[in-house]
Design a binder for this molecule. Structure first.
Ligand SMILES: [Zn+2]
Ligand SMILES: [Zn+2]
Ligand SMILES: [Zn+2]
Length: 152
């Protein structure tokens, strides 16, 4: 898939003024090769062979930095945080629909907060909003047919 191309990831790191170290190139490669999401632990396991003595902290710091710069995006999938390459062309604030079967991520153009008035003069500083379900492809393969609609 083009959007997972390692060169694109390195280019966007570069554009954001990030020093392209060998380690970061390897992180870009890991994300480029990943078919779905990667956990911090999976990134660590992908790095530890090549970089003897690299710490989990170093990995975590890099992931946080890449997230802050919008190179990767963080998702909460079944109670754990996972990462994937950010939706290129959607670098501004956006939300996602996530397929529970194939982990496909579809960016949403609109933010539900745009039309939301908080009661009690609550001053909102951040929000999270993700929709989980089954994509068209997976539905055609019969996935999610008996899934109940739940709110979490
Ligand atoms: Zn996105
Ligand atoms: Zn799917
Ligand atoms: Zn929003």
């Amino acid at each position: 898939m083009e959007e997972r191309d390692v060169e694109l990831i390195v280019q966007s790191m570069n554009r954001l003024g990030l020093r392209i170290t060998d380690q970061r190139k390897t992180i870009a490669q890991l994300f480029a090769n990943a078919t779905g999401f990667l956990s911090a632990k999976e990134v660590f396991l992908g790095m530890v062979d090549k970089y003897d003595g690299i710490s989990f902290d170093t990995i975590y710091r890099n992931l946080r930095l890449l997230k802050e710069l919008g190179v990767i995006e963080q998702f909460q999938i079944e109670d754990s945080y996972k990462y994937r390459v950010a939706c290129f062309g959607h670098q501004h604030h956006h939300h996602h629909m996530i397929c529970l079967s194939c982990n496909r991520v579809i960016p949403l153009e609109s933010c539900p907060m745009d039309n939301f008035q908080a009661p009690d003069q609550f001053r909102i500083v951040k929000h999270r909003f993700e929709i989980y379900g089954y994509c068209d492809n997976c539905q055609q393969q019969g996935m999610g047919e008996d899934a109940e609609t739940i709110s979490a």
